[in-house]
Design a protein around this ligand. Structure first.
Ligand code: COA
Length: 194
């Protein structure tokens, strides 16, 4: 079951990050990480060729109310995004009745490899299960995207099935791997192992 979540009313703080709604002031930060070739392509969208593209995307982010800006506390800027989207599980017979959201994310190349996205995803999962009453999260990665696979694994998701994703802007069909994390699985995991 898809449920509406308005992120413009939510702020989630972690050790190094704050997740909050995008504002118009984030345009230059958004352009700065979205214009690097090869980053957006890993998530199915072309890098931004101009600031006007970022302006359109930023407007869509704000209007959708489903995308968090990932704000880096120490560097005082937005370094990525994390979205809560409609999930494939809403159309899957096995999971149809669940209150579930799909997580999608990207982070600036300058910040890769510091465990920042797992930190953000874990905080959103915790908030979703304990405050919003969600019953599951899903997450996907293109089969060639090992970096995203590692984030998904580190956050405790389980592989569910393969699918095909057609990226209109990239004009290619890409194999994607779909994962799910049920609230009851998350509750059972050993949190002492971090
Ligand atoms: C996927 C992504 C969000 C990971 O974020 P992150 O904060 O760097 O995550 P982590 O620090 O946990 O690193 C994940 C893996 O990336 C790899 N990695 C780390 N630094 C790297 C670097 N500089 N270059 C390439 N790969 C790197 C490592 O394999 C790491 O796994 P490990 O910790 O087991 O070694 C980030 O790579 C990204 O934004 N990629 C482009 C967009 C994208 O793929 N979005 C997901 C679409 S499904």
């Amino acid at each position: 079951m898809d449920i509406q979540i308005d992120v413009s009313n939510i702020v989630i703080e972690t050790e190094r990050l704050i997740l909050k709604a995008f504002t118009k002031e984030d345009l230059h930060d958004l352009y700065s990480y979205s214009s690097i070739p090869g980053v957006g392509e890993m998530a199915g969208w072309p890098h931004h060729e101009s600031i006007e593209t970022s302006e359109r995307v930023l407007h869509a982010f704000i209007e959708s109310k489903e995308i968090f800006a990932v704000y880096h506390k120490a560097d005082r800027k937005v370094i990525g995004s994390l979205g809560l989207h409609k999930s494939w599980a809403n159309e899957d017979e096995g999971y149809k009745g669940l209150k579930v959201k799909e997580i999608g994310y990207v982070i600036s190349k300058d910040y890769w490899g510091q465990g920042l996205m797992p930190e953000a995803v874990k905080a959103v999962i915790d908030y979703g299960f304990n405050t919003l009453g969600l019953e599951a999260f899903t997450c996907d990665h293109f089969s060639e995207n090992r970096q995203s696979q590692r984030v998904i694994e580190k956050c405790g998701f389980r592989f569910a099935k393969k699918g095909q994703f057609y990226s209109k802007p990239l004009q290619r069909s890409i194999e994607d791997m779909k994962y799910i994390l049920l609230r009851e699985q998350d509750m059972q995991k050993d949190h002492t192992k971090g």
